[in-house]
Design a protein around this ligand. Structure first.
Ligand code: ADP
Ligand code: MG
Length: 248
């Protein structure tokens, strides 16, 4: 796996939906935040991959997205960059309304991932792009003391990467509130369903304080019927992006 940088233009890209924004030509020529552009260059990302070209402009335009692309096509930055760009431009949120030891943590962006390994990878990538900003990414997954993760969350969390089971636990303990979610990302959605996480995912997305005005982005290698149903239930007027050949 990995990105074949020689053959970007040979990869078939299918974009469909209403009012499709034009893809970006380069990170530098995009509307992304200037500090983020500089960080992206320093990280060695000189050219956007096909999924990044389209995802950055679609998410920056405020649209929901269903993206199908194979492993190694650069999906992580495809969702992290437009989200972080908006976070950088917006600046830190006003302080939380409730105080005291039971203070809830209210992230602006939530990324759900199927496994601990994948969650850590996304978290590391988020750190790589945000270390010079106010955004503090956190990662939570099962099999680790929840108390440690709760203390880490207390230090502030703008972007939370989590596995579904552990997040449900944190919500049930009153530690996390989704009332300020602006971005919800389901990464490797097909794998999460294969692993049996659909009930947890539905509980998370159907939290009563989950903002209706959020943007929802789903990423998947394949597009089988159960993913199509989830897209229909979670996304609004979304753009469908398929890069390369997509199995169902
Ligand atoms: P996917 O989630 O589609 O499997 P990743 O987001 O994990 O792919 O990216 C695969 C690898 O390519 C990672 O090592 C990542 O750092 C690197 N990468 C992603 N986008 C770019 C880019 N535009 N330029 C250089 N390297 C990139
Ligand atoms: Mg990935």
């Amino acid at each position: 796996t990995g990105i074949n940088f020689a053959n970007y233009d040979d990869i078939p890209v299918d974009v469909s939906g209403n009012d499709i924004p034009e893809g970006i030509e380069s990170f530098q020529a995009s509307d992304m935040d200037e500090l983020l552009k500089d960080t992206v260059t320093k990280a060695g990302y000189h050219n956007p991959t096909p999924v990044q070209k389209h995802s950055v402009s679609i998410v920056c335009a405020g649209r929901d997205l269903m993206a199908c692309a194979q492993t190694g096509s650069g999906k992580t930055a495809a969702f992290l960059l437009p989200i972080l760009s908006q976070n950088f431009k917006d600046g830190p949120p006003p302080p939380s309304q409730d105080y005291g030891y039971r203070r809830k943590v209210e992230p602006n962006a939530l990324v759900l991932a199927p496994t601990r390994e994948l969650a850590i990878q996304i978290f590391e990538e988020a750190r790589k792009f945000s270390y010079r900003s106010w955004v503090r990414p956190c990662v939570c997954y099962g099999g680790q003391p929840i108390g440690d993760q709760m203390r880490d969350l207390d230090r502030g969390c703008g972007l939370l990467v989590a596995t579904p089971g552990r997040l449900v636990d944190l919500i049930d303990r009153g530690k996390i509130s989704l009332g300020r979610i602006g971005y919800l990302v389901l990464d490797e959605a097909d794998r999460m369903l294969d692993m049996g996480f659909e009930p947890q995912i539905r509980r998370i997305v159907e939290q009563e304080n989950m903002p209706y005005e959020r943007q929802t982005l789903m990423f998947s290698a394949t597009f089988p019927r159960n993913i199509q149903m989830l897209a229909r239930d979670f996304l609004q007027d979304y753009i469908f992006l398929a890069v390369g050949r997509v199995g169902s």
